[in-house]
Ligand binder design. Structure first.
Ligand code: MIG
Length: 664
């Protein structure tokens, strides 16, 4: 059952597609107490010690979100440390799973509002969950299971996902291996990467193109000095089975004669300042304007611009910097310059020095800037801050809607950095600028179910880590996990250690892992499509299936993948294996040396399992089976007729989903 309660006068987000008639909220409904303080409204729920709070999509920390506070305010922050309250997305969904009888056993909450929302989940007081909406205006959706149904977490998720609409479906080739790096600066850099993968015998289905393909970082342009043969490159790569996936940024360079800029100015497609002038922000190209992604006409216009690249044979994109990230605003930058100038002759004592330092450090993503420009949304003027979390969502949605016109019936690969619930219908996401550290491998794992709940199925993180220098063993372990995630991309930052597999000593181990991925594609694609069609999750915490198992409830480094298998990757350095909890008897399937090996059967309980570097394992549940494909070097060669089923127990059945992988 879904109840909708309206607080204040909420701004429409189009996150929800189902019609739900609003009810009047009475304090105490489903254990929720609402309180108004000034203009803010907070919702309070008392948690029992054993309650688990899932949700919030893209965020740091555990699958169980208890014990910290989070803020939904899309933020470009490349430092995903445990104390960060916001990352790139705003995913205001929670699922409270309780073993007690005092309130619904499973309770889903969706706070639908485009502005700032904070979630104190036992931070201020360990037993109190308090959700605060600053504006006081939001739609609250409260989801409980029907009396006559099994009261499971899965039941809440299914209802929530039906409320927000089916997830985006990526082309099947998007399940191949993708190499990326910020720093590929010329056509020959791409050829070099493709050649070396070929020489190493490692399949490669995509190379992502970062900002250097553009002419001075201008969207929908090509840098002809370093990519004189761009079109040829695309075709040549395609012949080799490699798709090129270019990046698109959220800001448009201010430059006389640049078509996108000129059209935007002429048609009033850019966000305005308080005086109605086009607002000036600094992003990659220097001074820029933001297309008003919330305005129907502007969005349509920007979406159609992707045609420039589609016409060159491009079939996929990544939308970046769309929180939107702001390096500076002209207005604030001028103020900072003036103030710094006035400090030039001063004695910088403690206060003045930190003030000075703060001036510089506060230049990017400054809140004042987000409060200095406006959108035209549904015919009304809105301060950006009030609708902040919708920018990336509508940018990406605009592209998808244009694809429907430009390449009707065809799936286009799309991942966005920023997102709001609702955007899951139009694209996947990558998990942003992580770092080459072990804890971020674990964070990648934990985010999978949290994102799946919120509808984001096509997702994964930069394997090996984006910032910092990866080590060979970290990349091997990360790859051994990422072979299971739909988005399977090795990406790294400018200036960091080269991270392509062929740069390392143990190429055989990498090759074995990547070939394993391709053998898993029949299962992964089938599970992905089932999750998309049935509004379910591809990755689940153990407690979703073993709710009454008090140990399973606390496991944060293992996942269920589909209904058939459990995965438990190694996430620590200098270990030849790990302790795994088996919530029931399971059978190991081991991928080693390009072979599939049926391994030990583990009884319910804890076991230490050897998992040598460069190998991967999964665990088949009792009376289940999974399809494993043949050795292939491209997703196009994956043949769901040529598969071997690996089973455990006798009564095993499996529904294999397959389709042409490209039509909608
Ligand atoms: O501020 O385009 O998350 O994947 O390589 C950095 C350069 C801008 C951030 C993206 C990252 C990408 C990088 N971008």
């Amino acid at each position: 059952m879904i109840k909708r309660f309206i607080f204040g006068t909420p701004i429409e987000t189009e996150a929800v597609i189902a019609q739900v008639t609003p009810s009047n909220f009475t304090n105490g409904y489903a254990g929720i107490e609402a309180k108004q303080t000034d203009s803010a409204i907070s919702l309070k729920i008392i948690m029992n010690p054993s309650d688990i709070v899932y949700g919030l999509g893209e965020n740091v920390r555990g699958m169980n979100k208890r014990g910290f506070k989070y803020v939904s305010y899309c933020t470009d922050d490349p430092n995903h440390s445990e104390d960060k309250e916001s990352l790139y997305g705003a995913h205001n969904f929670l699922l409270i799973n309780s073993l007690s009888n005092s309130k619904p056993k499973n309770l889903g909450l969706f706070i639908d509002t485009p502005g700032r929302v904070s979630f104190d989940i036992g931070f201020n007081r360990m037993e109190v969950l308090e959700i605060t909406v600053d504006s006081g205006s939001f739609n609250l959706y409260v989801i409980t299971n029907e009396d006559n149904c099994e009261d499971s977490p899965n039941g809440i998720i299914k209802q929530f996902r039906a409320l927000i609409g089916h997830s985006y479906i990526a082309p099947k080739w998007g399940f191949g291996y993708a190499q990326s790096r910020w720093g590929y600066a010329s056509s020959n850099d791409f050829r070099f990467v493709a050649d070396n993968y070929k020489k190493s015998g490692i399949p490669l289905d995509m190379i992502y193109m970062d900002i250097d393909y553009m002419e001075r970082y201008k969207d929908f342009t090509i840098n002809r000095d370093s990519f004189p043969d761009f079109e040829e490159l695309i075709n040549e790569m395609k012949q080799d089975g490699i798709r090129i996936i270019p990046i698109i940024d959220g800001g448009v360079k201010i430059e006389k004669g640049y078509e996108v800029y000129e059209e935007g100015v002429k048609n009033n497609y850019f966000c305005k300042d308080e005086n109605g002038e086009d607002f000036v922000v600094g992003v990659w190209p220097g001074d820029c304007h933001f297309p008003d992604m919330l305005d129907d006409e502007a969005r349509k216009w920007f979406g159609r611009k992707y045609k420039f690249l589609l016409d060159k044979g491009i079939e996929g994109f990544w939308n970046d910097m769309n929180e939107p990230a702001i390096f500076y605003s002209r207005k604030h930058l001028n103020e900072v310059f003036d103030e710094i100038d006035s400090l030039r002759e001063e004695n910088l004592d403690l206060d003045k020095f930190f003030h000075f330092k703060g001036l510089i450090e506060g230049i990017n993503n400054n809140l004042c800037d987000y409060r200095s420009f406006y959108h035209n949304y549904k015919g009304q003027k809105y301060l950006h801050d009030d609708v902040h979390n919708l920018f990336g969502y509508y940018m990406t949605r605009g592209a998808d809607e244009a694809f429907d016109e430009l390449v009707p019936g065809k799936r286009v690969l799309m991942i966005s950095r920023s997102s709001y619930i609702g955007m899951h219908r139009y694209s996947g996401i990558w998990q942003g600028d992580n770092i080459s550290i072990w804890s971020h491998l674990l964070m990648n794992l934990k985010m999978m179910p949290s994102l799946n709940m919120c509808g984001f199925l096509y997702t994964g993180a930069d394997m090996g880590g984006f910032g910092g220098n990866t080590s060979e063993d970290l990349l091997l372990r990360w790859t051994a996990f990422s072979i299971f995630t739909p988005l399977f991309r090795n990406h790294s930052a400018l200036g960091s250690r080269d991270q392509e597999f062929f740069r390392f000593q143990n190429i055989d181990l990498f090759r074995s892992l990547i070939l394993t991925r391709y053998r898993l594609v029949p299962y992964l694609y089938s599970e992905y499509m089932k999750a998309a069609k049935n509004d379910s999750m591809m990755f689940k915490p153990l407690a979703f299936e073993y709710e009454e198992d008090s140990v399973a409830r606390e496991i944060e480094d293992q996942l269920l993948l589909g209904d058939e298998v459990m995965i438990a990757p190694v996430v620590n350095q200098n270990t030849a294996g790990r302790v795994i909890y088996f919530p029931e008897k399971m059978k190991e399937l081991r991928f080693e040396n390009e072979q599939v090996i049926e391994g030990n059967i583990y009884e319910k309980g804890f076991h230490y399992v050897n998992i040598p570097l460069g190998t991967a394992t999964l665990y088949i549940r009792n009376n289940r089976q999974i399809p494993i494909g043949e050795k292939v070097y491209s997703v196009d060669d994956v043949n769901s007729k040529n598969i071997t089923y690996y089973s455990f127990g006798s009564a095993a059945e499996y529904d294999l989903y397959d389709d042409d992988g490209i039509s909608k």
